[in-house]
Design a protein around this ligand. Sequence first.
Ligand code: KG4
Length: 340
Amino acid sequence: MKILAFESSCDETAVAVVEDGRKVLSDAIASQADMHALYGGVVPEIASRKHVEVIAALTEQALRQASCTREDIDAVAVTYAPGLIGAVLVGLSFAKSMAFALGVPLIPVHHVRGHIAANYLAFPELEPPFLALAISGGNTLIVDVRDYTDLHILGATRDDAAGECFDKAARVLGLPYPGGAPLDRLAQQSQGGVYRLPLSHVDGAPLDMSFSGLKTAVVNLAHHTQQVGEELDRAALARDFAQAVSDTLVPRAMEALRQTGRKVLCAAGGVAANSIIRGDLERACAKAGCRLYLPPLRLCGDNGAMIGAQGYYEYLAGHVADMSLNAYATRAIEAEINAD
Ligand code: KG4
């Protein structure tokens, strides 16, 4: 079954053709990051306009790369939530028109379910059940993936997402948007251990997380250092910050494995590209005797193939939508597709 998949929830327009949920026939991505870098973050209105400008040509490119014609497409999958509402609406409207014109099913896909499904593309043997640490620009979740479409949140951030926190910290360190990857590179130049940063916990919810205190601490520390005329050890701050994020995420993921008895952990989302978090997860899982799946970097960030992968399993579960399908800025990962 060939699925044409669309992703437009933030600043990447992505169109892919995926066969049977596991084989990527094409994966076309148009990133707008350079444009938003001028403003230090994503400007929603610009994101929507850019999606409109490129989505038709990108679809042709994805079909061409997959050596497919439109008639070869069996279904259309699309991110319907969560994300910047205008941006999601562009992909959703285009996908609806495509499904209508081709007379094929329309499959709504939750963006974070898609991030987790990126692992199915990289690891053919991977099957639920497993736990997923989903860490991206807008979401930070520990998820029990009981089955392909039966997902249950075990822990979540109470405020900022890990990626948002990386982007803010990078900004005060003078790094370009999106700051996660440049901050990661800067952090590799230091052993750290210079700056003491707060690690938070949520009373009564040991698997939940909070990043706003850490974000504020980094911002205050950088500003204070400048104000008193001291020199900031940027690499050390980057290192200590990334370590603090990892020290928040990794022990909770390991605790979730312990509590559930699951033996397999998958990482997902843009922040899963972080070298410190990857290293810490590898060591912790090896020590706990758990299998760890770390998707390759190109599958960590937003892409269309992951939507095609999850779309396949949503289709098998009967999760298809009609033309009344709406876009949502926020939506629980467990939500029924058609529930309002
Ligand atoms: O998954 P993604 O591409 O988009 C969302 O669905 O949100 O994640 C983007 C986030 C950004 O905040 C970016 O700074 C962060 O992932 N990121 C990283 C790294 N590469 C990307 N954060 C930490 N270390 C990295 N190497």
